[in-house]
Design a binder for this molecule. Structure first.
Ligand SMILES: Cc1cc2nc3c(=O)[nH]c(=O)nc-3n(C[C@H](O)[C@H](O)[C@H](O)COP(=O)(O)OP(=O)(O)OC[C@H]3O[C@@H](n4cnc5c(N)ncnc54)[C@H](O)[C@@H]3O)c2cc1C
Length: 474
């Protein structure tokens, strides 16, 4: 297809109308500009707090379109963003006044049940990959919300219920096809372009546009899974017990602890609606009997919960558990940290902060970082926090845009209260774009310098800079 509608944004037209026509002539996907029907829908991101207006959205249909779009952005000095699932907190899958390469149309998934691999196109959500792999009794370790984009999640790291047993999503990446800043197409794996392959496993979208991912998959079908909620008055005991338990638990048990609110909606028991609470949520990948045994020390040590809904279910059902509560378009403000110790004083700070949450949707989760993640060396991938024990996310969330400032204020105050107990860096996918100087460097630790060198080799002009940016080495 060619160029949709009305020649798009004035800046682009002024840039060089003939070049735009040339791009459109060879383009199979859709080019969507501000005057086109569907522009507002096409530019809308998962986080309703972010409102970006790209000059042109290039909804690519194949790799040739990606090459054309990269060349067009570079040659015309346009800001370039790459959109996988559009779930990024600060909206780094889009930009103002630039070109967005949008992968919404590219959703191919090919499962190889013999090799236990899954090849994924970058427009896929996690849920789409999980659906395809589930039919073969397989899953790729990823996050905990099915609507999250696989591309951005993978390139930043990827933590979820299978992480303790099988590592981060990047630990399961076997190969990626990439369009580089100069328009060349390469495949990166342990053998070919190994430096690029290393950088992609946590370095975000800094090095090129990934057009295909190849993952290792693992046997996962039915799981013993679900949430357990306790009243906030039991939060200290629950968090202390979880802290001391999780490192001793079998790695098939992927459970996190969080502070939140009992959703004021069915199917939650009406008498608990709106109560501030502490929750343990997760999945045991194995039989119910083994799952119950794995959970026994934790349950035995804790008071009676408000409700305990762990039961047998398909893994895909567990992955969709949060979907009804977090539709597209809510207001989100994120803060993260890597956490090595969880002293009682930090637990007290968490409990005090959630008690002041401005909305019932606000939450804090501590995702375990241990087991298989600790078996990979700190410099084996850019994701250096291999000695952390948790990845923390504070998410200030509400439906009401007028509450944006209040959400930010609460999220920042919460983070300031607990940050002194945490490590210096954070999971880059849990950061906004208002972090203090040095946070990205701290997040990559000893790997930052090498990342900057590889950036210089593959993207010396920093064409790919709408991300948690790694500047090319001087
Ligand atoms: C509700 C929710 C739940 C989440 N849960 C988890 C979780 O459990 N575990 C976890 O690890 N993370 C989780 N995240 C964070 C998630 O990993 C990030 O938001 C991630 O950026 C989402 O990827 P995306 O493709 O949807 O993002 P996008 O907004 O599309 O892109 C994000 C970044 O990735 C880059 N990018 C995207 N596609 C490509 C590509 N093809 N090539 C090169 N660069 C690309 C872009 O440059 C951009 O900087 C969650 C996020 C949300 C909103």
């Amino acid at each position: 297809m060619g160029y949709v509608g009305n020649a798009g944004h004035m800046e682009i037209i002024m840039l060089d109308a003939q070049k735009i026509e040339a791009l459109a002539a060879g383009f199979r996907g859709d080019l969507i500009g501000p005057k086109d029907a569907g522009y507002d829908e096409a530019r809308a991101l998962y986080n309703g707090m972010i409102d970006k207006r790209p000059a042109l959205i290039a909804r690519v249909a194949d790799v040739a379109d990606v090459i054309a779009a990269v060349n067009f952005a570079r040659d015309n000095n346009l800001l370039l963003a790459i959109r996988g699932g559009g779930h990024n907190g600060p909206g780094l899958g889009s930009c103002n006044d630039g070109l967005v390469i949008d992968f919404t149309r590219l959703k191919g998934v090919r499962v190889d049940p013999i090799a236990r691999t899954v090849r994924v196109e970058p427009g896929c959500t996690q849920g789409e990959v999980e659906h395809a792999a589930h039919a073969f009794g397989l899953a790729v370790p990823a996050g905990i919300v099915s609507s999250t984009g696989v591309a951005g999640l993978t390139l930043g790291g990827g933590t979820g219920y299978l992480t303790r047993a099988h590592g981060l999503t990047v630990d399961n990446l076997l190969e990626a096809d990439v369009v580089l800043a100069d328009g060349r197409f390469v495949t990166a794996n342990e053998r070919d372009n190994a430096d690029l392959f290393w950088a992609l496993r946590g370095g975000g979208g800094n090095f090129g546009v990934v057009t295909s991912f190849l993952f290792r998959a693992h046997p996962v079908k039915m799981v013993y899974a679900g949430p357990i909620f306790w009243d906030l008055k039991d939060a200290k005991k629950v968090m202390q017990t979880y802290r001391d338990f999780i490192g001793t638990a079998p790695t098939e048990l992927g459970i996190f602890v969080g502070v939140k609110t009992v959703p004021p909606t069915d199917p939650f028991p009406k008498e608990h609606w709106g109560k501030r609470a502490v929750a343990i949520i997760g999945a045991y990948n194995g039989s119910v009997d083994n799952g119950v045994s794995a959970m026994k020390p934790l349950r035995d040590a804790l008071p009676a919960p408000l409700f305990d809904w762990m039961s047998e279910m398909p893994f895909t059902a567990m992955q969709g558990l949060f979907d009804p509560f977090f539709p597209k378009g809510l207001q989100w403000y994120w803060k993260g940290d890597f956490v090595k110790e969880l002293p009682d004083a930090a637990i007290d700070a968490h409990i005090a902060a959630i008690a002041k949450a401005p909305s019932d949707l606000c939450l804090m989760h501590l995702y375990p970082i241990d087991g298989a993640v600790h078996k990979v060396g700190a410099t084996d991938t850019p994701w250096s926090a291999r000695d952390a024990r948790w990845s923390m996310v504070i998410a200030a969330i509400d439906t009401d845009p007028s509450k944006a400032a209040e959400l930010k204020k609460w999220g920042r105050a919460y983070w300031e209260a607990v940050h002194p107990y945490n490590l210096g860096g954070a999971y880059v996918n849990f950061m906004m774009d208002d972090e203090a100087d040095g946070r990205v460097q701290a997040s990559y630790g000893p790997n930052y310098r090498r990342l900057a060198e590889i950036k210089k080799k593959y993207d010396p002009q920093n064409l790919f800079r709408v991300n948690q940016n790694i500047a090319p080495a001087a």
